[in-house]
Design a protein around this ligand. Structure first.
Ligand SMILES: [Zn+2]
Ligand SMILES: [Zn+2]
Length: 248
């Protein structure tokens, strides 16, 4: 670690005023994502969840209505929060305003959940953006989350760009649930120079609504020989989520 990096770390520990609430922007005096007021409208996804895709579910079943019938290419998915309230607000800001830096507020939660679930992986990757979207937004929020995640856990060497998005697709938020599933088919490719054969992969993204993005990425990774793909997202929609006018 260089002196500059060290001083930066020290500042993060002793100058918490660098931290702002991810929803309202209020100054925070402890390392958390939200202020006390905004925390009231944050729901952790720590109740009963689907044993495959990780969405919050009610009732007796082990799997949600989708996973009971549909095949997924990812093996398991986990999310820290439910996608509503101030978490949704913060993620929308992260995507649509130029606030890439707020990814660092969520990364500690991803790290915490990965440790709590004892996730085992030998490669960390992230959902890609198309070159065009990246040009507009200047950053890929999933990549920022993954980079922060690896930084916190000291596994920077595992961070690898594996999947690229090769074509621009209509925005998921403009589509119905069934169209969202087909919209992304064929739009991802494995990077030619990466080897994922036999690897246990952790795929990071910000939000999972239908799960179409992580599923398509997992498909590409599995076809390239990945042994296991687990996804970790900041938030996922609840099973009864209304998809109209929502982003992926
Ligand atoms: Zn707040
Ligand atoms: Zn499920």
């Amino acid at each position: 670690m260089t002196r500059t990096e060290f001083m930066h770390k020290l500042r993060q520990v002793f100058a918490p005023s660098d931290f702002k609430c991810l929803s309202c922007g209020a100054e925070l005096f402890e390392r958390t994502a939200f202020c006390a007021e905004c925390m009231k409208d944050v729901s952790f996804n720590n109740g009963k969840t689907c044993k495959r895709c990780g969405v919050a579910i009610d009732g007796e079943e082990d799997y949600c209505g989708n996973c009971a019938f549909d095949k997924t290419y990812f093996d398991r998915a986990y999310s820290v929060f439910n996608y509503d309230g101030n978490v949704r607000k913060a993620i929308l800001q992260m995507k649509f305003a130029n606030l890439g830096s707020i990814a660092h507020g969520f990364a500690p939660y991803l790290a915490f959940l990965s440790v709590k679930q004892n996730l085992q992986y030998d490669l960390v990757t992230f959902a890609p953006m198309s070159a065009k979207s990246r040009k507009v937004r200047h950053y890929n929020q999933a990549q920022l989350l993954a980079a922060e995640f690896c930084d916190i856990l000291g596994v920077q060497k595992l961070l690898t760009e594996t999947v690229v998005k090769i074509r621009e697709t209509p925005a998921q938020e403009k589509l119905s649930r069934s169209d969202r599933k087909t919209n992304l088919v064929g739009s991802y490719r494995i990077k030619p120079d990466v080897n994922v054969k036999g690897k246990h992969i952790l795929l990071i993204d910000d939000v999972k609504t239908t799960g179409a993005t992580i599923n398509e990425c997992a498909k590409v990774l599995k076809r390239a020989g990945a042994a296991r793909v687990e996804a970790l997202t900041v938030a996922s929609r609840k099973e009864d989520f209304n998809y109209e006018n929502e982003q992926e």
